[in-house]
Design a protein around this ligand. Structure first.
Ligand code: SF4
Ligand code: SF4
Length: 177
């Protein structure tokens, strides 16, 4: 009985080895071969800083907070931390400037955290009357390009804009009476 089981095992093993020898090698010695990624594979994102307005829409939509935005002196800094990114591509979907592309990059291991961070830095525009920071300069330029808004108003903070508008209305009202 024990002898039959041994023969059975040897027969199965021989079959497996024969199949293996016939099939040959089916795997690639990673990382020496090209990684197996499909056409639709989504990896890390790439932000084109020449296109980005600094609007922050990508930061708001990012589920794991891999994108963040901070204000430092006269700059607005968008930070992309690949270590948190889940490669969902939602940021690319909402970006109004088409500044984000989804790459196939996924080999991100590093011993230095800074290797996993990317930054986009925008200068902040200041209100031309009171000097209060009002937003990224590139975003304001994009608004001027796409909206029929006078540059006089676009360079103002909301408070100064309201005051200037109220003054303009009162002058007009005064002139008509
Ligand atoms: S791909 Fe998803 S997780 Fe990664 S930065 Fe964009 S929104 Fe965030
Ligand atoms: S322009 Fe695009 S990449 Fe730049 S902050 Fe807005 S959503 Fe993000």
């Amino acid at each position: 009985m024990g002898g039959d089981m041994q023969v059975d095992k040897i027969a199965k093993l021989t079959k497996i080895v024969t199949i293996g020898l016939k099939t040959g090698r089916v795997t690639i010695k990673y990382p020496f071969g090209a990684p197996l990624v499909t056409e639709s594979f989504r990896g890390a994102i790439s932000i084109d800083n020449t296109k980005c307005w600094g609007c922050g829409a990508c930061v708001l939509i990012c589920p794991p907070n891999a994108l963040s935005m901070k204000f430092e002196k006269d700059n607005i800094i968008i930070e992309y931390f690949k270590g948190r990114c889940i490669f969902c591509g939602m940021c690319a979907d909402v970006c109004p400037a088409n500044a984000i592309s989804v790459t196939k990059e996924f080999e991100l291991a590093s011993t230095d955290l800074e290797d996993l961070k990317e930054y986009v830095i925008h200068r902040t525009s200041k209100c031309s009357i009171c000097g209060k920071p009002i937003g990224p300069t590139s975003e304001l330029r994009s608004v001027i390009k796409s909206q029929p808004v006078s540059e006089e108003y676009i360079n103002l903070c909301s408070d100064c804009r309201k005051k200037l508008f109220a003054k303009a209305i009162s002058i007009r009202f005064g002139a008509s009476t």
